[in-house]
Design a binder for this molecule. Structure first.
Ligand code: 5AD
Ligand code: SF4
Length: 482
């Protein structure tokens, strides 16, 4: 197990081991030696900065990168003062790609001021050939590029990059490899994500994820439970099980196990008080899961259930494999079985061929399901996906008014749902000192809603009961019960 490995005892003079994760520990030790030499020469250790773009999966991956950099001896610094900057990129929508290119331009300026700065790029965007070509051509100052499948190799790649002047590129098309027991530096001491599966097999026609994250593969349940137990022993109270489509967890394992069964095993772990998961695909959400959630004392009253569109015609073109009616029936069933559950969703507006009638269907679903929150996205054409080559693309200026209308309905619905809790008491996990007012602490309710209330830092990581005094749209102002 990684926290039992002493890097300083690894023999780094001999050849590196071939098996994993031993090989990566060898290179971590090499990096540590490099960092010590840097410190001897410059009088201070090098600083690193990990910048995360994208989803919870990426956030988790960034914790892995951070864990390795810390093991190597890097200190933390802002982008402008760092000696090693890594962008963990996302490519789900084009606006993120553009932001990343923009920030790379700024980093170039940093490198001119600090020539020893090393710049690394990893994550989903790097799995696209066109991106690699563009970086080679126009961003030649980048030092290291790797993708999603070989992130476990980061120690080795970091070391290669540190001792080389060339641009190092290592991209794998796909993998069935899952390397366990590498270091992770968690952002919060009291809550943590756990990967339960990687990749996606659904091929929704607009989505680039199956191409950049590869085929679906589940981690062995023993490995997941071992990790959860270790986290509990370290003081973690809330865990989030992560996968692109958690409802199909375990199907391809040698000893198949359902997601609901996995949840029941996690529930037994002492010390874990809350369990969340992300993301569910409506087509795979089983009755078994609903019942397990209903009976659970630990699974949070929150389900993120991406709708994408309320039009059966568009859902078919999206390859979502459910109809408007099936989604409505599912949401109904969940709400009647678990009345205090919050349902949130993702919606795409402007998919090829979408008409104003189709959008009306989506708005109709929003009104009927009464989502507690919804993330609305303008359709973004992703090269290589089936939707990108559909002929009936809708120009953005045509889509925008409908998008704004949907957003308005979503906000009104969410406000209404949130307001229903006024005057109640909620058990919250205290996560942060409020960004804007340091007299306030921020806690998260089981249903994922935030409440800000007067309190001190000693409450961080504690469960407290808060009176929900005033609803401010998406969050509450509350008072802590003595
Ligand atoms: N355009 C717009 N939104 C997208 N999403 C995924 N692909 C696209 C795309 N091409 C959204 C979906 C998904 C969320 C993570 O991102 O709504 O659920
Ligand atoms: Fe993309 Fe669909 Fe897989 Fe989600 S389920 S990652 S939207 S292909």
């Amino acid at each position: 197990m990684y926290n039992e490995i002493d890097l300083d005892k690894i023999d780094i003079v001999t050849e590196p081991p071939t098996e994993e994760p031993a090989r990566q520990y060898y290179f971590m030790a090499k990096c540590r030696e490099w960092v010590r030499n840097f410190q001897k020469q410059k009088g201070c250790p090098p600083k690193a900065c990990v910048v995360n773009f994208g989803c919870q999966m990426n956030a988790k991956d960034s914790e892995k990168l951070t864990g390795i950099l810390k093991e190597a001896g890097y200190q933390w610094g802002e982008e402008q003062e760092a000696d090693f900057v890594i962008y963990n990129t996302c490519t789900v929508r084009d606006n993120v790609n553009q932001r990343i290119y923009g920030r790379l331009g700024v980093l170039h300026g940093c490198k001119r001021r600090n020539p020893r700065l090393k710049i690394a790029l990893c994550g989903c965007m790097m799995q696209e050939n066109a991106v690699i070509e563009k970086i080679k051509k126009s961003y030649g100052f980048v030092d290291l590029i790797f993708g999603t499948h070989n992130i476990f190799k980061f120690s080795e790649l970091l070391y290669t990059c540190l001792i080389s002047d060339r641009m190092i590129i290592d991209i794998w098309k796909d993998t069935d490899k899952i390397v366990e027991d590498l270091p992770v530096e968690r952002k919060y001491p009291f809550k943590s994500g756990i990967n339960i599966m990687f990749g996606c097999n659904n091929f929704c026609s607009y989505c680039i994820v199956p191409y950049v994250r590869g085929r679906e593969r589940s981690r062995e349940s023993e490995d997941i439970l071992r990790e959860a137990k270790r986290l509990a022993a370290e003081g973690v109270k809330e865990i989030m099980l992560l996968g692109q489509n958690v409802n199909s967890y375990g199907k391809n394992l040698e000893h198949p196990i359902s997601f609901a069964q996995l949840l029941q095993e996690v529930e037994k772990i002492e010390g874990i008080e809350r369990i969340r998961f992300m993301t569910s695909h409506p087509k795979d959400l089983s009755d078994e899961l609903i019942q397990v959630m209903k009976q659970s004392k630990k699974i949070c009253r929150h389900l993120h259930l991406p709708l994408q569109s309320g039009s059966t015609k568009i859902l078919k073109a999206m390859n979502r494999r459910y109809t408007k009616e099936q989604y409505l029936a599912l949401a109904d069933k969940i709400r009647s079985e678990i009345p205090d559950i919050a349902i949130t969703t993702d919606i795409i507006v402007g998919f090829p061929g979408e008409t104003s009638e189709d959008l009306e269907e989506t708005i109709d679903v929003v009104k009927k399901v009464q989502f507690d929150n919804a993330f609305t996205f303008l359709y973004s054409k992703r090269t290589g996906t089936p939707a990108a080559s559909m002929e009936n693309q809708v120009p953005e200026e045509v889509v925008k008014p409908g998008f704004d209308r949907l957003l308005h309905v979503v906000q009104e619905t969410a406000k209404h749902r949130a307001g229903l809790l006024a005057g109640q008491y909620a058990r919250v996990l205290v996560e942060e000192v409020n960004e804007h007012d340091s007299h306030l602490m921020t806690g998260r309710m089981s249903n994922n809603m935030l409440v800000h209330f007067p309190g001190g830092e000693e409450l961080l990581g504690q469960f407290v009961t808060v009176y929900l005094k005033e609803c401010r749209g998406f969050y509450y102002i509350g008072e802590r019960m003595a």
